[in-house]
Design a binder for this molecule. Sequence first.
Ligand code: 4FV
Length: 259
Amino acid sequence: MKFVVLTIFPEMFDPFWDHGIIRRAIDQKKIFASTLNIRDFAEDNHQVTDDRPYGGGSGMVMKPEPLSGAIRAANRKCPAAKTILLSPQGRVFDQAAANELAGFEGLVLVCGRYEGVDERISHNLIDDEISIGDYVLTGGELAAMVVIDAVTRQIPGTLGGEDAAEKDSFSNGLLEHAHYTRPQVFEGNAVPEILLSGHHEAIENWRLESAMLRTLLKRPDLLKSKSLSKQELDILKKWSQRIEEIIESYHRGHREHRE
Ligand code: 4FV
């Protein structure tokens, strides 16, 4: 996977390339990462990349010439790459989008600044527009890093264990189960016994129930939109049965109290 980032602040990416799983993926040649400074494609000797908006108003707009020059240079570097503009107008990024983008040979990531980029760039030179969320950033650089990070994790072998990404939150439409490590007892709180049992099937069942409970409590919307397996459905039925019993015993208690 080739990442080519177009930005007026390429130095922002140096520490990003240089740490953790991204650094290891670069060292292992699982990903190839580079930046192009949009200023280098400005046609004037002051390397101006922004100008006042037609129609007036506050703020500045990124000029089309430097951007188009940079995008065309990036496409020459990686002809098969998908060119993505990071902007609040884009489709909202999620795990499914990360999985999809990980299938491309390369991604050219265009980082806007100021109020945004000249619309003629979006029309003619951009394949896809992606937003990392419904809020406004000062620039697209952080959004580009989010996309690169999530996509890199989906490239086989970048996470150490081959199947690590499959066990991710959202990979099966659920939040991840609870995680524990040593010490066995921390400030009086012990690790659930089942996790010390070595009984792998029982541990997998416990982890599925943990993942479902956390999803039910924190992101019930995910459970509603998920195609449930028989095991998952049985777990929900078991819970609703228990809840019914509690409600029934509550009413029974009330009835006896009234009599
Ligand atoms: C953004 C987002 C975002 C808009 C104007 C950069 C800023 C400035 N990018 N997801 N949300 N971009 O707010 O991707 O040019």
